[in-house]
Design a protein. Structure first.
Length: 277
């Protein structure tokens, strides 16, 4: 697939039709005539094609041919194509994270979400991917751009905001190396997770994941972060966080919810202050 190619089933025009409710309208796939959802009268959005072409052009405009070469694009969809997610990995933009026990390479990762049925705001996240275990890494709330689909939404305005907020991957790699250098040997990680995660069962499973990561990477903040990203990357026996596929494309949305949880944990003051531990 060409780096700038949008899948055919997502590259359709969007139209609206009135409903019997004065404050609502239908969202329609203008190419097929399929009804995609019901939204408020003020709802306004770009098509998937226009949105993703704009995002791809913006995030790659300052990259050279080598950095773009080998780019991997993974699409996930839900709600019959009304919700879409694009996960881009740029393997030639690399950093190395070294601990006292382990060394791994990370590559640049960019995730963008778009919904035409009111199911999500327009969002772009900047992060990294760990090539040792293919864990996706999102490094916090400050690495995202988000804008709702309202009457004031314009694609040009969103792209300008994206340009201002675009993250620096190499700064992210340096921050992760600081985490790798931050020992958790004398930190009660189990108690920390109990405080950060509302579900006791989930906190227990996360501590087991951390223990596994620490056995490989050493007892450090990067191992804890890797446990978080493992949770957001897999939904099976590999981490104990199995996820039932209930149909209707719900698994893609559920996995993205996990990514958002990780972003919240990494932004938690309890995690941040570990840098001084």
């Amino acid at each position: 697939m060409a780096f700038d190619m949008i899948p055919d089933h997502l590259d359709f025009a969007v139209a609206y039709e009135d409903t019997k409710m004065k404050d609502k309208k239908y969202v329609v796939n203008a190419d097929s005539g399929q009804y995609m959802g019901i939204v408020g009268k003020s709802f306004q959005c770009a098509s998937h094609g226009d949105f993703y072409r704009g995002v791809i052009e913006n995030v790659t405009e300052e990259l050279n041919a080598y950095e773009v070469r080998g780019a991997d694009m993974q699409w996930r969809t839900a709600r019959n194509g009304a919700w879409a997610m694009l996960d881009i990995t740029l393997p030639n933009m690399k950093g190395t994270i070294t601990t006292d026990k382990h060394e791994t390479s990370i590559g640049n990762r960019i995730i963008s979400l778009h919904g035409i049925d009111g199911s999500c705001s327009n969002q772009v996240f900047f992060g990294a991917i760990d090539f040792f275990c293919t864990n996706g890494m999102i490094t916090g709330d400050y690495d995202k751009v988000r804008k709702k689909n309202t009457a004031n939404f314009t694609l040009d305005g969103f792209i300008k905001e994206l340009t201002r907020a675009r993250g620096d991957f190499y700064d992210t790699a340096e921050k992760m190396q600081v985490w790798a250098n931050t020992s958790t040997k004398y930190v009660n990680v189990k108690s920390l997770l109990d405080d950060m995660i509302s579900s006791k069962r989930k906190a227990e499973k996360m501590f087991a994941l951390y223990s596994h990561e620490a056995n490989i990477r050493g007892h450090n903040k990067f191992s804890l972060y890797s446990a978080f990203t493992n949770y957001a990357s897999y939904a099976d026996e590999r981490n104990g966080f199995n996820l039932k596929n209930t149909g209707n494309d719900t698994q893609a949305v559920s996995m993205w919810s996990r990514e958002q949880e990780v972003s919240k944990w990494v932004s938690d003051p309890k995690f941040i202050t570990l840098e001084a531990a």
